[in-house]
Design a protein around this ligand. Sequence first.
Ligand SMILES: [Zn+2]
Ligand SMILES: [Zn+2]
Length: 253
Amino acid sequence: MSLTKMQIKDLLDENRVHQCDHFGEDFCVKIVAIADLPSRFGDFQIAAFTNNKDDKEHVAIIHGDVCDQEDVLTRVHSECLTGDVIGSLRCDCRDQLQSALEQIGKAERGIVLYLRQEGRGIGLVNKIRAYGLQDHGLDTVEANLALGFRDDERDYGVAAHMLASLRVKSIRLMTNNPKKIQELEKHGVHVTERVPHVLPSNEYNRFYLETKAIKSGHLIDLHGKEHLLEQGDRPIIEGMPESLIQEMQQSHQ
Ligand SMILES: [Zn+2]
Ligand SMILES: [Zn+2]
């Protein structure tokens, strides 16, 4: 069952007058609109937010009744125009997003927080700049600098407030990164379980299965080219060797 008209009206009324005096942060987030969003992955509703922290228009893609609920299956996804929309193979953002939507679409209830922080928060232009640097002989230092200074605190703060705005009481977070849970908890989110984010293998994510080295959260492929993570954590691909999964989880520590 999705959010009812009455629940939507309540949320919007509440958010119209909401001001953050109790959330313990120096910014505030508001839900400004909610609408039905049937999709190829199931029936969803979409909630659009504004905030006075990064001025980006973040959204929550909601399946089922999530208000006042415990253990809501949740995925936090960062926008990637090249991956999500165009199907770029430089990253696996689209696979990760689709897999999360499919799983949540089949669950009783769940949420994808779609955060508009392209290129780990540095924007599309800088991301393409970093890609360009990689194309021209892999200037790792510069490429890392261009992509590497993401402000994780900000992201999790806004994400945490979005969940609070939706009156979500606790979540089961789809992630392979224990650190992400710590960061969300720091901002007051109650995470009751970590659900491993596992993707079916296909021709597009075979790169992960062939990967031979992982360094500080980055991947080096068989051709010695470095791939930078655009989502905060790597997915587990079905068929991935156990040793790689372990190495991957250690790299988050
Ligand atoms: Zn607030
Ligand atoms: Zn991407």
